[in-house]
Design a protein around this ligand. Structure first.
Ligand code: ZN
Length: 272
């Protein structure tokens, strides 16, 4: 892997002749419950990428972006956020430069759920221009590879393990509280934005995090149905983050050559 910011322009020029794909890590600065620092998702991007950069594969890795779209967390002090449109614009402009250096395939190594929609929109626009682009979340892959690594929600044990492995000393697990979501009268919210009446059919509601969790931590059973949501931070072991990271990056290393076989033609509009 090539680490863009460490190269001279002449080295980058040479490296771009060998790379089809750019890997673009994206984090967030946002509240993460009572035990985790605001930089958790950014730290996760640094932690995951650190191992990826040691792998032998010709792809260009850009620096992890620290801030994303997290406005719905911003009732908790310290959260930073660009607007949805700003994230989309920033990613578009980064990709347009990479295109001019010869990149044709884009993989967003996303470390925050709120970025998925604006980055997905950028992928949509790239596809129209004939490029190949995708987004994945490390914590979704991790739990699919091994259910012991499954994310239970926002500010859970798996995020705690990653930060403890990367920045020992920043996490005080004694402060962690298992989330209890607010109910809305007889309506319950077992998952983020999922309202249930009589425990039956889901109604999707867009809300701010403070509307349903006083600590900022959130249960998100949709991430890994069937995972043991009784556990929160009881079995945290930062040593588990190392094989998890390796397995996620092994998967991405296997995926990349197949991803690069995909070829699309630009969509030509008949309208101006
Ligand atoms: Zn997070």
């Amino acid at each position: 892997m090539y680490q863009l910011e460490n190269l001279t322009w002449a080295e980058a020029k040479e490296a771009f002749t060998k790379c089809k794909t750019a890997i673009i890590p994206w984090g967030s600065i946002e509240q993460h419950g009572l035990q985790l620092p605001l930089g958790t998702d950014w730290f996760a991007s640094e932690f995951m990428i650190k191992d990826l950069l040691t792998r032998d594969y010709p792809a260009m890795v850009t620096p992890p972006m620290p801030v994303g779209f997290a406005d719905y967390h911003s009732d908790f002090p310290g959260t930073l956020s660009f607007s949805y449109d700003t994230v989309k614009q920033m990613a578009t402009e980064i990709c347009s430069k990479l295109v001019s250096y010869g990149i044709t395939h884009f993989l967003f190594y996303n470390c925050h759920g709120g970025n998925a929609a604006p980055l997905g929109r950028v992928c949509y626009d790239l596809r129209k221009k004939g490029f190949v682009a995708g987004v994945f979340m490390w914590y979704e892959l991790a739990g699919k590879i091994n259910k012991e690594w499954a994310a239970l929600g926002h500010a859970d044990g798996s995020e705690s393990e990653v930060v403890m492995a990367h920045k020992p000393g920043l996490v005080d697990l004694a402060k962690a509280k298992r989330p209890v979501h607010n109910d809305f009268g007889v309506l319950t919210m077992p998952d983020v934005g999922i309202l249930l009446y009589q425990d039956m059919l889901p109604i999707h509601m867009t809300i701010r995090v403070q509307d349903f969790t006083p600590s900022g931590a959130m249960l998100e059973p949709h991430l890994h149905p069937g995972a043991d949501h009784g556990q929160w931070v009881e079995e945290v072991d930062p040593a588990k983050a190392i094989p998890m990271r390796k397995a996620v990056n092994d998967y991405i290393l296997g995926f990349l050559p197949e991803f690069e076989k995909i070829h699309f033609e630009p969509i030509v509009s008949k309208f101006p």
